[in-house]
Ligand binder design. Structure first.
Ligand code: PEP
Ligand code: MN
Length: 346
């Protein structure tokens, strides 16, 4: 595979010239527009082409066997944080904490929880409206009515919102409304969904499939990037293992591993990873100490009444306590660990 990085000011004619040149050499090409110039990914066998490197419109030409060149740190270099609306960025060295209920259940439940997490310092409100439930008789979410409630909660608290999208057909109408679209673990390899997310520019929180390798996860991210959406945030949420004493097994070592492989920010979901409320705080702190760019935590104003994932949801005082511990941890880590990109965030 050959990856051609065009200059920021290259014209469509320059791009067409490179494409034409590569196609004549039997390569399949894909042009991916980018903020700092287009990238042309060329698949097929060819010698490194010295002629291409000489073109003034071409910034760099690299030959790689990497199956996710756009996500790769080595091939594409650092790309900076992912911008969420105007005020927030994820991956820039500060810690983003997304918090809220597993599911939007009612106006009262959502507003109470949203106000609580906002006052404790959360940076994003989470809440599922389209729920991927294992059982067809379980609560399936409020659908578009749940989205309306999330919009109201955003208006009320000023917090950006993240919510799951399950169907490719829902991407187009949801993308302009919400701040981050979540791809759940069960959808990580829903390729029509990933392609639809590549066609919008709303940031995407891509959860790792519960039985997916790091390579499959990064190739899933590549689908979105290859479609032209550069705003992808990865989320480790635990993988299946033999031991059912926790709901999943939090694969924490992949945080520094994935950060060495990709420029994309990585956040951790300690709630689905453990399934147990008392394990959420320790795993949150461990994830940040390992270099995660943020967390996504389930919080419910009345966890005992939750329609989904109550046993792993923190109540509001517990979330407030966690946020205090996070700020103290970040202060403690900052002096020695700043080369990991950790800074005092709150
Ligand atoms: C969720 O965030 O509520 C959820 C369903 O997560 P996951 O896809 O990780 O199971
Ligand atoms: Mn959940």
């Amino acid at each position: 595979m050959i990856v051609v990085q065009m200059n920021e000011r290259s014209s469509s004619l320059d791009i067409a010239r490179v494409c034409d040149h590569q196609e004549r050499r039997g390569m399949q090409i894909r042009v991916v527009p980018g903020r700092r110039g287009s990238t042309i990914v060329c698949e097929g066998h060819s010698e490194t082409d010295l002629e291409l490197k000489k073109l003034p419109s071409v910034k760099a030409v690299s030959r790689t066997n990497c199956s996710y060149p756009l996500a790769s740190l080595e091939v594409s270099g650092p790309q900076g944080p992912v911008q969420i609306g105007r005020g927030l960025s994820i991956g820039g060295g500060s810690v983003a904490v997304m918090a809220g209920p597993c599911s939007v259940e009612s106006r009262e439940q959502l507003l109470e929880t949203a106000r609580g997490v906002a006052s404790s310092g959360a940076s994003v409100l989470r809440g599922g409206a389209f729920k991927p439930r294992s059982n067809p008789y379980s609560f399936q979410g409020l659908g578009s009515q749940g989205i309306d409630l999330l919009l109201e909660a955003r208006e009320d608290t000023g917090l950006p919102i993240v919510t799951e999208v399950m169907s490719p057909e829902d991407v187009e109408w949801l993308a302009p409304q919400v701040d981050i679209l979540q791809v759940g673990t069960r959808s990580m390899q829903n390729f029509p969904l990933l392609k639809a997310l590549g066609r919008v520019d709303t940031p995407v929180l891509l959860k790792r499939g519960m039985a997916s390798t790091v390579d499959e996860w990064l190739q899933a991210a590549e689908y979105i990037l290859a479609g032209g959406n550069s705003r992808v945030i990865l989320c480790e949420r635990g993988i299946r293992s033999f031991d059912k004493s926790t709901r999943n097994t939090l694969d924490l070592s992949i945080v520094p591993l994935v950060k060495s492989l990709t420029h994309l920010p990585v956040v951790v979901d300690p709630s689905h990873a453990t399934g147990k409320r008392h394990l959420v705080a320790p795993m949150s702190l461990a994830a940040l100490a390992a270099g995660a760019d943020g967390l996504i935590v389930e919080v419910h104003s009345r966890p005992e009444e939750a329609l989904c994932d109550g046993p792993q949801s923190l109540d509001l005082p517990a979330f407030d306590g966690l946020m205090n511990r996070i700020s103290r941890l970040m202060e403690a880590l900052e002096p020695e660990e700043s080369e990991w990109g950790l800074k005092v965030a709150m």
